[in-house]
Design a protein around this ligand. Structure first.
Ligand code: BGC
Length: 752
C-alpha cells in the first residue's frame, strides 16, 4: 500500500495541503484524531530499546502527536520509525525541546542576550540553535519566551527580554526569524525548526513574583504594556504558541477563550497551533474550575490544540463527545492544526528530514558556533560601574580570583540549557588564565559558599549545577581568600547567583548578593586593594552597598558555553563592553515593581527631589532605580548633540525625522545603543512618562562621530485607548534621545 503520507510535498500550496489533510483525516478514527493532540514526555525511551518503552505502544496505536525533550538523533530516528512504519496511518511525530538559548553551543540567558540590543546577533543565535538542534533530530523549540517582567523576584525574568514591550517585540521577531526562516523561505531547509512563542499570556506579571501565581490586570494595561511581544511573534509567522500557567481575568490562560480565540486567532490572525504548558490542563483542577474531564473540554473549546504531558485530552475527550459537551468539529479543528504543522515542516514528505545521522557529528558545538557564542556573550555583559578606569585589567602582575562562582564550569551556561554537556564549559578561572596569558599570575580562593544556608544552596544548585559545598567554616574560607588577596595587585570577585538561583520555580524574596558572599566582598574591600566585582546573576539584584563601595562592577549574567573566555575578553579590554540593561535595577525589594515606562500619577515628585510630603514616593528610599533601563557603561565615553527635528509638527499622514550626532569622546573604539523615547503629553487616557520607540546600535572609532536618525510617523504614536481601539491622538509629544532611559535630550512636537 502506498501510504498517503509519502505523497505529500512540503512545497505545494495551501490548497494541496488542505486536500491532503482532509484525505488523511477521512481515514482517521476518533481515537487517532485525539492521539494527534497528545504530547507526552519522552518516558523511558533509550536508544536501541525504544520499541519496548512505555510510549512506543501508544505511538503504534496512533495515540501520540509528538514527543519532547528526547535528546539524540539516533533515538529520535528510531522513535520516528515506529510512528511511520508501525502505526496504522504512519503519521510522523513532532519532536520538541526547550532549546531556549542555544543547543549544545549555549548563548547567554535570554535576559543577557536582550542586553546586546543587537537584533542581528540575536537572530544569529537562534539560527545556530536551530541548526544544531535540527542536526540532532529536533524540529520544534519551546522558544522564544517573551513574557514582559517587572518583578525581579520572579526567577523566570532570566528567560525573557526584560521590561519593555517594544524591545521585547523586536527580539521576539528576530528569534522567530532565526529559528524558522522568513516568509516563504521558512521550513524550506532542514536547518529551520518551528518556534513556539510562550507563555501566552502575561505569565511575567505573577503577583509578588511568585511563580505560577495569579495575574490580574486591566485589558488596557495588557494591550499597551504586555501583549505586543506575543503579537510580534505572530507577525513574524511563529508556528505555535504555548499557553501560560497563570489565570487571566479569573480564567486560566489554558481555558481562556478570549485570549486564545478572540485575541490570538481572530484579532491577530494566528494560523498555527496552541500547545499547553506542562500539565497545564490538569492544573486547572487545582485552579478550581472543574474535574479533569471538564477542564479538558474547556481547554479544547477555548482553542488549545495540543495537551502537554497531562493526557487530559487522551483520557476524557471521547467521553465528553459522547455526552455532548464538545463536538467532533472542535476535535477535527485541533487535529487539523497539528497535521498542518507537520505538513509545513515537511514531515509528511520526509519524516526523517531532521534525522540525518551525519549532520549531528558535523554541525553541533562546532568551533565556528562557539566563536560566535563567545562574541555574542561579550556583547551581553553590562558594565555597571567603572570608577577611575579600574577596568580594563592589565596583562601583568598578580590577580586574585575569589568567590564561589570563580571555579565552576557547570553554572556558566545558565538556566534552561538542557541539551548541553555541562562538563564542557570552562571555569572563569581557567578562562581568565587563557585570556590573560603567561605574563599574568592568577591566584584563586573560593572565599565563601554560595550562601550560609546549606539547604538554600542545594535548591539553588539543582540539575547537576552543584558548587561543591565547602565544609570549612566561613572564617576559614574567608581567611584563605584574604591571604591570597593580599598577594595580588587586583582582586576579581566572582560573586552573585548560581545558575539555578533563577529560572523556573526559583523566585526569591530578597534579591541581594547572599550573606556570606557579601561578607567576603566587604572583607576584600577592606584590604584596600582594587576590587572588580564580576557579577553572575539571572535577574536584577539589589546592589546598593556594592554600588556605593565597589569601584568596578561588570554584570555578566550567565553567558553560555563560552562565558569564561568572553568575560576575559571584556576584563582585559579585547572587547569594549556595550551591553545595556533591559530591566531596571531596584535599590531595594520594596521598590518592586519598578519600571521606566511608568505613569506620572496625579502627585508626581518634582524633578530632582526624592521625597516630598503628599507626593507619590517613599519615606525611606527614592523612586528612581539604582540602574535605569537602557543603562550600561563603556570603556570609552559618548557625547550626544542636541536633537535636530525636521519639523515641529507631524501631519496626519506624514513623517518626521529626529536626529542626533553621537561622538566617541574617549580613546577606545566602542559601541553605543542610541535610544529613542516618546511621551504622549496629553491623552484620552493616561500615558507613560516615556516609552521606547526606536533604537540603533552603532560602532564608533575613537574620535569618530555619527548621525543617527529616527523616523516618526503617526503609527509610532499609536496606543490602545479606553475602548481598546488602536489610535493616535493629535496633540503634543515629547521626543527624547539618549544613551539610557534616565539621561536624554528632548524636544517637543505636535501631531496635527
Ligand atoms: C515550562 C515551559 C517549558 C515546558 C516544557 C514548563 O515547566 O513552563 O517553559 O517549555 O515546561 O519543558
Amino acid at each position: 500500500m502506498v501510504c498517503l503520507a509519502s505523497t505529500a510535498n512540503a512545497q505545494t500550496g495551501e490548497k494541496e495541503m488542505n486536500a491532503f489533510i482532509s484525505q488523511l483525516m477521512n481515514r482517521m478514527t476518533l481515537e487517532e484524531k485525539i492521539g494527534q493532540l497528545n504530547l507526552p514526555g519522552s518516558g523511558d525511551i533509550t536508544t536501541g530499546q525504544a520499541q519496548s518503552s512505555n510510549v512506543a505502544g501508544n505511538i503504534k496505536a496512533g495515540l501520540v502527536g509528538g514527543l519532547f525533550n528526547i535528546k539524540g538523533v539516533e533515538k529520535i530516528r528510531e522513535v520516528q520509525r515506529i510512528a511511520v512504519e508501525e502505526s496504522r496511518l504512519k503519521i510522523p511525530l513532532l519532536f520538541g525541546m526547550d532549546v531556549i538559548h542555544g543547543y549544545e553551543t549555549v548563548f547567554p540567558i535570554p535576559l543577557g542576550l536582550s542586553c546586546t540590543w543587537d537584533m542581528t546577533a540575536i537572530e544569529q543565535s537562534a539560527r545556530i540553535a536551530a541548526k544544531e538542534a535540527s542536526a540532532d533530530g529536533i524540529c520544534w523549540t519551546f522558544s522564544p519566551m517573551v513574557d514582559i517582567a517587572r518583578d525581579p523576584r520572579w526567577g523566570r525574568i532570566s528567560e525573557g527580554s526584560g521590561e519593555d514591550p517594544y524591545l521585547g517585540g523586536q527580539i521576539a521577531k528576530a528569534m522567530v526569524r532565526g529559528y524558522q526562516g522568513v516568509g516563504e523561505k521558512a521550513f524550506t531547509s532542514n536547518e529551520q525548526i518551528m518556534a513556539c512563542v510562550k507563555h501566552y499570556a502575561l505569565y511575567g506579571a505573577a503577583e509578588a513574583g511568585r511563580d505560577y501565581n495569579t495575574v490580574d490586570m486591566s485589558r488596557n494595561r495588557m494591550f499597551n504594556e504586555y501583549l505586543y511581544p506575543y503579537q510580534a511573534a505572530v507577525e513574524a509567522g511563529v508556528g505555535s504558541v504555548m499557553a501560560s500557567f497563570n489565570e487571566v481575568d479569573g480564567v486560566p490562560a489554558t481555558a481562556n477563550r478570549w485570549l486564545l480565540d478572540d485575541v490570538l486567532r481572530k484579532q491577530w490572525g494566528f494560523g498555527g497551533f496552541v500547545v499547553t504548558d506542562y500539565t497545564g490542563i490538569n492544573e486547572m483542577v487545582d485552579h478550581g474550575i472543574g474535574d479533569l474531564q471538564t477542564v479538558s473540554a474547556r481547554a479544547l473549546k477555548a482553542g488549545i490544540d495540543m495537551d502537554m504531558v497531562g493526557e487530559g485530552f487522551l483520557s476524557t475527550l471521547k467521553k465528553s463527545l459522547s455526552e455532548g459537551h464538545i463536538t467532533e468539529a472542535v476535535i477535527d479543528q485541533a487535529c487539523r492544526r497539528i497535521l498542518e504543522a507537520k505538513y509545513k515542516l515537511g514531515l509528511f514528505q520526509d519524516p526523517y528530514k531532521y534525522c540525518s545521522l551525519e549532520r549531528a557529528k558535523k554541525e553541533v558545538y562546532t568551533a565556528e558556533n562557539r566563536a560566535i557564542a563567545r562574541k555574542i556573550a561579550s556583547e551581553s555583559f553590562v558594565l555597571l560601574k567603572n570608577d577611575n578606569r579600574q577596568l580594563p585589567l592589565q596583562r601583568k602582575g598578580t590577580i586574585a580570583v575569589v568567590g564561589p562562582l570563580a571555579n565552576t564550569g557547570t553554572n556558566m551556561p545558565g538556566t534552561w540549557s538542557v541539551a548541553t554537556d555541562l562538563e564542557r564549559p570552562q571555569t572563569l578561572l581557567a578562562g581568565l588564565q587563557t585570556v590573560a596569558g603567561k605574563q599574568t599570575k592568577i591566584l584563586y580562593a573560593k572565599g565563601s559558599n554560595l550562601t550560609n544556608d546549606a539547604d538554600l544552596e542545594k535548591r539553588a544548585t539543582m540539575f547537576n549545577r552543584s558548587l561543591g559545598r565547602d565544609n570549612r567554616t566561613n572564617e576559614e574560607l574567608l581567611n584563605e581568600a584574604l591571604q591570597i588577596a593580599r598577594q595580588a595587585d587586583v582582586i576579581v570577585a566572582a560573586l552573585g547567583e548560581s545558575s539555578e538561583f533563577s529560572g523556573e520555580s526559583s523566585s526569591r524574596s530578597e534579591i541581594g548578593i547572599p550573606d556570606v558572599q557579601q561578607q567576603l566582598l566587604q572583607a576584600l574591600m577592606a584590604t584596600g586593594k582594587p576590587v572588580v566585582l564580576v557579577l553572575f546573576t539571572g535577574r536584577p539584584l539589589t546592589l546598593t552597598w556594592e554600588n556605593e563601595h565597589v569601584p568596578a562592577i561588570l554584570n555578566v549574567w550567565f553567558g553560555g558555553s563560552e562565558a569564561a573566555l568572553a568575560i576575559g575578553d571584556v576584563l582585559f579590554g579585547d572587547v569594549n563592553p556595550s551591553g545595556k540593561l533591559t530591566t531596571s535595577f531596584p535599590r531595594n525589594v520594596g521598590q518592586i515593581p519598578l519600571y521606566y515606562n511608568h505613569k506620572n500619577t496625579g502627585r508626581p515628585l518634582p524633578e530632582g527631589q526624592w521625597f516630598q510630603k503628599f507626593r507619590s514616593n517613599y519615606l525611606d528610599v527614592g523612586n528612581d532605580p539604582l540602574y535605569p533601563f537602557g543603562y550600561g557603561l563603556s570603556y570609552t565615553t559618548f557625547a550626544y548633540s542636541d536633537i535636530q527635528i525636521s519639523s515641529n509638527t507631524l501631519p496626519e499622514n506624514g513623517t518626521l525625522t529626529a536626529a542626533v550626532t553621537v561622538s566617541n569622546t574617549g580613546k577606545t573604539a566602542g559601541a553605543e545603543v542610541v535610544q529613542l523615547y516618546i511621551r504622549d503629553k496629553v491623552g484620552s487616557i493616561t500615558r507613560p512618562v516615556k516609552e521606547l520607540k526606536g533604537f540603533e546600535k552603532i560602532f564608533l572609532k575613537a574620535g569618530e562621530s555619527k548621525k543617527v536618525q529616527f523616523a516618526i510617523t503617526p503609527e509610532t504614536l499609536k496606543f490602545y485607548d479606553y475602548d481598546l481601539n488602536y489610535v493616535c491622538e493629535p496633540g503634543e509629544f515629547e521626543l527624547m534621545i539618549g544613551g539610557n532611559s534616565a539621561q536624554v535630550k528632548s524636544v517637543v512636537f505636535t501631531l496635527k
